[in-house]
Design a protein around this ligand. Structure first.
Ligand code: THU
Length: 133
């Protein structure tokens, strides 16, 4: 699957965002190497800290269905913001453990787009090997 197609699926997932507080909509589409797609959208909550981001929803869904980092081909994360936004800090931490360092991360807001990976998005990572000694 082409980058463009996965990005369009993420925009489709963005339609399911539940964001009555921020009115900022985010969608994610994660492609597995065997061709499955897992979707995510931001789901907010009146207790703001309980909000879940789109990319975490998508990656947790893939893991919940038995997929692991080596099974993941790429993830697209899109928003309806005016400026191209990268994943939040919590999502970077989660992606640093649940994606391979070089897994393509496609970002788009329809006006701008970029391809990156978690190696570039999160320097000096804290991970499994720091905790399990
Ligand atoms: N949000 C995401 O879904 N992903 C990010 O990486 C940035 C933030 C959501 C959370 C909240 O629902 C809204 O965007 C505004 O912060």
């Amino acid at each position: 699957m082409e980058r463009k197609e996965l990005v369009e699926l993420a925009f489709k997932a963005m339609e399911n965002a539940y964001a009555p507080y921020s009115n900022y909509h985010v969608g994610a589409a994660l492609l597995t190497k065997d061709g499955k797609i897992f979707y995510g959208a931001n789901i907010e909550n009146a207790s703001f800290g309980a909000t879940n981001c789109a990319e975490r929803s998508a990656v947790f869904s893939a893991y919940s269905n038995g997929y692991r980092k080596d099974d993941i081909e790429a993830i697209a994360i899109v928003s309806d913001g005016d400026k191209l936004a990268g994943p939040c800090g919590i999502c970077r931490q989660v992606l640093s453990e649940l994606l391979n360092q070089d897994t393509p991360i496609y970002l788009s807001n329809r006006k701008e787009e970029m391809t990156t990976n978690i190696h570039d998005l999160l320097p000096m990572q804290f991970g499994l090997e720091d905790v399990i000694r």
